[in-house]
Design a protein around this ligand. Structure first.
Ligand code: OKP
Ligand code: ZN
Length: 391
């Protein structure tokens, strides 16, 4: 399995509120460290340490174009609001410069724009005040910024783009090779996660939408291969995080080339989306599919829903699959309430790869949530076992 990791993802360290109590955010660097540790123990994994400039390209296809930081920037500005990105990049330093906080402190939004304020002439505009901007560009208080946040956000985005690159280069140069038939999956260890974020608002620990970036990067790499020919691949996004990926749904809501399918807790965060009747708009109608399921759902019930979701995806006949994978469906997760245990992730992955057709889809497994870091490594290992078990 190809695994993509970047150590800058560890630089983002925030706090969050539970009621009025401030705690270190559950979305912590320890999550990535725990997963990486288990992945490193398995010699079958080829880990791409993106930050490691000493370590030359360890790709099996050396001819591919190197990952460019300009490209990550270009895709970020294509998919997100420019001043929002500037805000993410500069807000923390600006607060420090104005003496509002110490360098090691985390900053949180406090004043949100009231959605009912439709008459104020300036209500749509980003406020000048850096304090106010924090609320303008967020929809909740689980999206603080620390000194290292921007670097981590950028690393997370870079991992998503790199995943798309690894997947498309072999698609073009080695589609027929038996090696690619087995290795047609890339595991992207993104952090912070992305599925709650829209084009100009952070929330739910998400700052830029990594799945959105991966789709745009797939377009970029595919079309770079055949200049002059516009290839629009069909991409299915399967969101298995406990929470509905409102940001991802939103981005592709009118798009018939991207099928978004999500299984998530009913009436849970982010609360205002994820319902069955959200099926897409205009030409995207029919290409959005939500399976909200009640809390306490058992493994058996969950797998039945997943089977239906996979049928839907198979009917769509996607060229690529992105799995937004969260382990907050785990029975002990503080933010989730399904009753899934470690071995259930193996069953889950087997189901995602349960037919020859499904197995042949080049896939990115992209990390979203999952907050019991003590079990994250084993849960990931179990998922990958099921994923590979069907080869
Ligand atoms: C993000 B992801 C705790 C509140 C947490 C945000 C949940 C974010 C889940 N004080 N609320 O989808 O795993
Ligand atoms: Zn989640």
């Amino acid at each position: 399995m190809w695994v993509i990791y970047h150590k800058d993802t560890l630089l983002h360290q925030t706090v969050e509120l539970i009621g009025a109590k401030l705690i270190p955010a559950l979305e912590s660097p320890a999550r990535i460290e725990a997963i990486l540790k288990v992945l490193e123990e398995d010699e079958e994994n080829t880990i791409q340490y993106l930050h490691d400039k000493q370590n030359p390209d360890n790709l099996p296809f050396p001819k591919c174009e190197p990952l460019s930081h300009d490209l990550v920037q270009e895709l970020l500005t294509k998919t997100h609001d420019f001043s929002y990105l500037e805000h993410l990049k500069t807000a923390h330093a600006a607060w420090v410069a104005q003496g509002l906080v110490e360098e090691d402190d985390c900053i949180l939004p406090e004043c949100f724009r009231p959605p009912t304020n439709t008459t104020g002439s300036r209500s749509e505009q980003p406020p000048e005040d850096i304090f106010a901007r924090m609320g303008y560009y967020a929809f909740d208080m689980s999206s603080g910024l620390s000194k290292g946040s921007w670097k981590a956000i950028l690393a997370s985005a870079t991992i998503a783009v790199e995943a798309a690159r690894l997947l498309t280069v072999p698609t073009m140069v080695a589609l027929q090779s038996p090696y690619f038939k087995i290795q047609n999956t890339v595991l992207a260890l993104c952090r912070p996660p992305g599925h709650h974020c829209d084009t100009k608002m952070s929330g739910g620990y998400c700052y830029v939408n990594n799945a959105v970036l991966a789709v745009e990067a797939l377009h970029h790499y595919l079309n770079g291969q055949y200049p002059g020919l516009l290839l629009i691949p069909k991409v299915a996004i399967l969101d298995l995080d406990f929470h509905h990926g409102n940001g991802t749904q939103d981005y592709f809501y009118s798009n018939s080339a991207v099928l978004y399918v999500s299984i998530h807790g009913l009436n849970e965060f982010p609360y205002y989306s994820g319902f069955e009747e959200e099926t897409g708009r205009d030409s995207g109608r029919g290409f959005n599919c939500n399976y909200p399921i009640p809390v306490k759902t058992s493994a058996e019930e969950y797998m039945a829903v997943l089977k239906a979701a996979m049928d839907k995806i198979q009917d769509f006949q996607p060229d690529f699959l992105i799995v937004s994978l969260g382990f907050d469906t785990f029975r002990l997760d503080p933010l989730g309430s399904f009753d899934l245990d470690t071995e259930d992730y193996e069953t889950m992955a087997r189901c995602v790869r349960s037919s020859d057709e499904l197995r042949s889809i080049p896939a990115i497994i992209m990390l979203e949530g999952g907050y019991v870091f003590e079990n994250l490594g084993e849960n990931m290992k179990s998922f990958l076992k099921g994923w590979k078990g069907n080869v």
